[in-house]
Design a protein around this ligand. Structure first.
Ligand code: SF4
Ligand code: SF4
Ligand code: SF4
Length: 341
């Protein structure tokens, strides 16, 4: 029995998680973009962009629920409506707790589209860009600002802050109004109605024009920089607030790390701390999408680990590394080569 388990472990640790991820992303994309055509319903508070503007969507992203629920007076928020908010938050957390930030690495359709754009760029032989460390730190705050605004703007429609006039009702779901998923995902169902300027009022003209600009930035940015939009995504910020309670974990044994830098070189989010931090055990940071490419690229035995609770399901091994990155064979490019792209 013991030898059977160690054989399975060895097989998993030698496996190609990136290829597995590629197929899971395709299945998840079909589910979250076309699910309702197969009569699938997956709930209203998903920690990913399943956008109800898309006729094929089997559910609703939690950010939309939040904006609807915040569109209320303070007194209502601290009564029955507050209970509704807590219930939807609980269901978001229940979805999230199982996969943690792997919702981003494996399941989010917007994340998958960005990965496909990167694949296209690589096929065309065009090199991508990276943020320097300073810009990385500065830009990381934007998603938290967007998250705060997404709560505060709907509240400021029904309440007056500091005696200021209430905001226009046309700003009812401010993030959805500018979210690229609202335009892109319906396009996959053949619905082009979201790709337009809404001329109902000055506010809607501004917001829908902003949405088109952000859409263009999404495509151009993702072509130039891997996972460009994820860096600014408020869903990622919200997820990070709960990531410590996720049962899926990415951990590191600092004593085993040689700081070779392989893990940060292959990281699509450009996270340097994954290589540099040798003190933290939980190495999931706010920009991490739990894709586990770093675990694949680490040549040190048991240094980086993917765990469900405390049970290791995938771990870095020397054998696994050489199987995946054998420069003489037909396997993946070495991490040093990948970092240039
Ligand atoms: S960060 Fe946002 S866009 Fe990127 S994969 Fe996660 S939820 Fe999707
Ligand atoms: S690849 Fe492994 S050994 Fe190298 S820096 Fe990353 S965690 Fe440390
Ligand atoms: S730190 Fe590792 S798991 Fe997180 S995004 Fe980078 S490569 Fe993926």
């Amino acid at each position: 029995m013991k030898t059977k388990i160690s054989k399975i472990r060895r097989w998993v640790n030698n496996g190609n998680v990136s290829r597995f991820r590629f197929w899971i992303q395709i299945i998840a994309f079909i589910l979250f973009v076309y699910g309702s055509y197969f009569l699938i319903q997956v709930g209203q508070n998903l920690p990913t962009f399943a956008c109800p503007y898309n006729p094929g969507s089997p559910g609703t992203c939690f950010l939309m629920s939040v904006q609807h629920r915040m569109h209320t007076s303070f007194s209502a928020l601290f009564s029955w409506r507050g209970v509704g908010f807590l219930t939807s938050l609980l269901s978001f957390v229940l979805f999230f707790i199982i996969f943690n930030k792997a919702w981003c690495g494996f399941l989010c359709p917007l994340g998958t589209i960005q990965d496909w754009i990167t694949m296209l760029r690589k096929r065309l032989g065009i090199r991508g860009g990276q943020y320097d460390e300073k810009s990385f730190k500065k830009l990381s705050w934007i998603k938290y600002v967007l998250l705060a605004l997404l709560f505060l703007i709907p509240l400021a429609i029904s309440n007056s802050f500091f005696g200021l006039p209430k905001l226009s009702h046309d700003l009812h779901t401010p993030f959805c109004q500018i979210c690229p998923a609202r335009i892109i995902l319906p396009l996959f169902s053949g619905d082009t109605s979201q790709l337009s300027i809404n001329f109902s009022s000055t506010v809607t003209i501004v917001m829908s024009s902003l949405a088109i600009i952000i859409l263009a930035l999404f495509f151009v940015g993702s072509f130039v920089k891997k996972r460009f939009f994820c860096f600014f995504c408020p869903m990622s910020a919200l997820q990070y607030l709960f990531s410590k309670i996720g049962i899926l974990r990415l951990t590191k044994v600092g004593d085993k790390c040689t700081r070779c830098g392989n893990c940060s070189r292959v990281c699509d989010m450009g996270i340097l701390s994954i290589a540099e931090d040798i003190t933290s055990v939980n190495v999931v940071t706010d920009n991490c999408m739990m894709c586990f490419k770093c675990v694949e690229a680490c040549p040190e035995e048991d240094c980086l680990n993917v765990k469900v609770l405390n049970f290791k399901i995938f771990t870095s091994t020397e054998e696994g590394f050489f199987k995946r990155y054998n420069p003489a064979g037909d396997s993946k490019e070495l991490p040093s080569e990948q970092s240039k792209k």
